[in-house]
Write a protein that binds this ligand. Sequence first.
Ligand SMILES: [Zn+2]
Length: 289
Amino acid sequence: MRTVPVLLLLLFMCCSCAVAEAPTENAEGTLTRSPDTRDLRPRAGIDAEQSESPPAWTFPLSEEIIMDEADYLVLANVDSKLASDYAPKDLINIKVRKSVSETMKMRKAASDALDMMFKDALDEDNVKLYAHSCYRSYDTQKIMYANRLARVGYDDKLVQQAGASDHQTGLGIDVIGASWLGKERLNDGIADTKEGKWVLEHCAEYGFIIRYPKDMEHITGIKYEPWHLRYVGVEAAAYITDNGLTLEEFSIIRENLLNGTYVENESETTVIQIDPSVVLDDDGFEDLG
Ligand SMILES: [Zn+2]
C-alpha cells in the first residue's frame, strides 16, 4: 500500500516538472518565430489608429494651395455658377500685347504671369502672343449670351450663360498668336499654329492650364479651346497638367481633401504608414496597408 503514495508523489513531481517546463518551451517556441516582427506590426497599427494627431499631409500640393484663400482655384461652369456680384478685387489692366485696342483686365497674379509668359515666348522662341479677351463681368456675359441666343435662335453652347463663364473669374484669358491675327473666329486650328503649340507646351510653367482640354467636353461641357488659358498658379497648373485633369476633376479632388474624405492610393499609404521591411517579413500581413 506504501507504493501507491510514492508513485503518486513521483507522478506529481513529474507532472510538476512537465508543467514547470511547458512555459519555457512555449516561450522559446515563440521566440523562434521572429517575435520582433510580430510585436512591431500590431503596435504600428494601434499607434496609427489611436493617434489623436491628424494624419500627415501627403498630397503633392500643399494644404495652403488646396485651401486657396486667394480663390485662384475657383470653378465657374453651368453647374457651379458665380454670383452676379462676383468680381475679383485685384483686377488690373493687363500690359501685354493685345489683338484689339480695348482695355482688358485680369487679376494681378494672372497678369504678372502673363507678362512673363509673353516675354519669354518672344525672347526665347520668337513666338509673338496676343491677348484676345480677358475679364468679363456677369452683366457683360449676360448680354453676350442674350445676343447669341437672338442671333442663332438656340443655345449652341458657344457663349456661356452669365455666371458660368471662366472669364468672370478674372483668371481666364483667350490667347492667339501672330499667325491668327485678323481671323474672325477662334477654332481648334489654333493648336496647330506655331504659337498655339508653344502655349500648349509652356503655359503650365507660368501657372496656366488649358481650361477646356481636347476630348474633355463630356466633363467640361465645352468643346476643345486651345486658346482659352486659365491661371491657377504654378503648382496647381503642374499637377493638373501632369495628371491630365480638367478643372472640374481637380475641384472634386480638392473638395474631398477639404472634407477629409480623400483616399490616397494603396501603394502610397503603405509607404507612408508601414516600414516595408516589416511588411515583407511576415506572410499574411501585406494587406495591412
Ligand atoms: Zn475664353
